[in-house]
Design a protein around this ligand. Sequence first.
Ligand code: FAD
Length: 240
Amino acid sequence: MEIVEIKEIVNESENVKTFFINRRFNAKPGQFAMLWIPGINEKPMSFSYRNGFTVKKIGKFTEKMHQLREGDKIGVRGPYGTSFSIKDGKIGIIGGGTGLSPLRFLAENLNGDIKIFLGFRNKKEVFFEKEFRKYGEVLISTDDGSYGKKGFITEHIDLNCEYYYVCGPEMMMKRCSEILKSKEVEYSLERYMKCGIGLCGSCEIGGYLVCRDGPVFKELPDGFGEYKRDETGRMIEIDL
Ligand SMILES: Cc1cc2nc3c(=O)[nH]c(=O)nc-3n(C[C@H](O)[C@H](O)[C@H](O)COP(=O)(O)OP(=O)(O)OC[C@H]3O[C@@H](n4cnc5c(N)ncnc54)[C@H](O)[C@@H]3O)c2cc1C
């Protein structure tokens, strides 16, 4: 665990902030770190930059994270987990919500003809558009049509790419696995994690541990889209 200082905070959207720290980690795109806020908890966050994490305000940990100011300190443990393979050629990047964090870091490290498909609920939630435009052609959709194309991003994916990278809500990833059945795809998964290093079993899915065997997988494990585990390890059915 390293204690680092927050150097800069960027507001990406109403509920999303990027926290730049005073240390560049030797992380690969797709890897994550366990962030520690003293007195609160530890949570996994993907590297969106070698020296930054992009966090959506959702619950206890992330609300506290959003209250932090420049100059405050947090703990960082990692980098952990598997990373995306770096390919070239015709590449499709498909992201939704906080799934954009690892994909931004990935896009920065890819060469080739990159098409980026980003889905959001509405205009207010859109972020990283300018960031992704640096690396390829960007298509945005919102569920309500308030920005970009209307509908789920899975309705707007160009199927002519050779290789795809996907990270986002469970339903989006499941749908991508159906649409991209005959393609080579890498998925980054999210599960409840306590230890981040393969000990506690909270992130088990289909016999794999997301922290150790993932978060990047070449195929979705059995049970994806069907169950997850809560903080006690109990299985909870997912209703997509
Ligand atoms: C490998 C990995 C990488 C991750 N990277 C990022 C990242 O880059 N940025 C980021 O913001 N988060 C990321 N997460 C998720 C993060 O670790 C937390 O789980 C999440 O931020 C919620 O934590 P919390 O304590 O604020 O909310 P909690 O108190 O745990 O949850 C509050 C409520 O929100 C629900 N909830 C939890 N997560 C979500 C979700 N994703 N969408 C909708 N509802 C949810 C819970 O069921 C609960 O009801 C990642 C997770 C993993 C496993």
